[in-house]
Design a protein around this ligand. Structure first.
Ligand SMILES: Cc1cc2nc3c(=O)[nH]c(=O)nc-3n(C[C@H](O)[C@H](O)[C@H](O)COP(=O)(O)O)c2cc1C
Length: 186
């Protein structure tokens, strides 16, 4: 199963357009999570205490773990998120803190290091930027989480940039990015 995690807020999102072209090329059914419409909230103290208690008691059947289980079971993960303030929209961070559940997506070994429990063989991160894109606080962070914490061996960045700069043709840049999506080694 392909899991599409959509953090694109705008209705005419260029990032979402590119991600859907990628999903078309993947050519298989996908499950979409449109994050702005999902019932996810930052972990407050009550939620954190509840989560800790459930994990300590091995109660992974609680509904609060459904997002983490779906993430862990997916074969391929596609995340779409525009470049906002050098990173991604905060709803994606809220989603990540909800799915990072010890015992479902990752497990700490006796070496003190995380060992991933996720099934996905690849995670795609799709983004667009108004100016030039720097991956430090978005793709690089997602890549580290995926590979070092979640056990997803491969990640790929698909990006289109300079979309809001005068003199650059945003439609052409987006269409070129779509044309360049190459799944040869998939
Ligand atoms: C809240 C907000 C913050 C943004 N921050 C940046 C930024 O830091 N750097 C940049 O190059 N573009 C920035 N942009 C422009 C977006 O990255 C650009 O318009 C992008 O293509 C939007 O994606 P979308 O069409 O999928 O909504 C920002 C846009 C918004 C709405």
């Amino acid at each position: 199963m392909v899991l599409y995690i959509n953090a694109c807020v705008r209705e005419d999102s260029r990032t979402d357009k590119i991600a859907r072209a990628l999903l078309d090329k993947l050519g298989t059914h996908y499950q979409e999570l449109y994050l702005p419409d999902e019932n996810i909230t930052p972990l407050d103290e009550t939620a954190l205490n509840k989560r800790t208690d459930l994990i300590e008691n091995g109660r992974y059947d609680d509904p609060m773990f459904e997002y983490a289980k779906a993430f862990s079971k997916a074969d391929i993960i596609v995340i779409s998120a525009p470049f906002w303030d050098l990173t991604f929209p905060s709803i994606l961070k809220v989603y990540l803190e909800n799915i990072y559940v010890i015992g479902i997506v990752s497990q700490y070994g006796s070496d003190g290091k995380p060992h991933g429990l996720c099934k996905a063989k690849k995670l795609y991160y799709v983004t667009t930027a108004g100016g030039s894109y720097t991956p430090d606080y978005s793709y690089d962070y997602i890549k580290e989480l995926a590979t070092l914490h979640f056990g997803i061996a491969e990640t790929e960045l698909i990006k289109a940039e300079m979309l809001d700069v005068d003199g650059f043709d945003a439609d052409e840049i987006v269409n070129d990015t779509i044309k360049q999506i190459n799944l040869a080694d998939y």
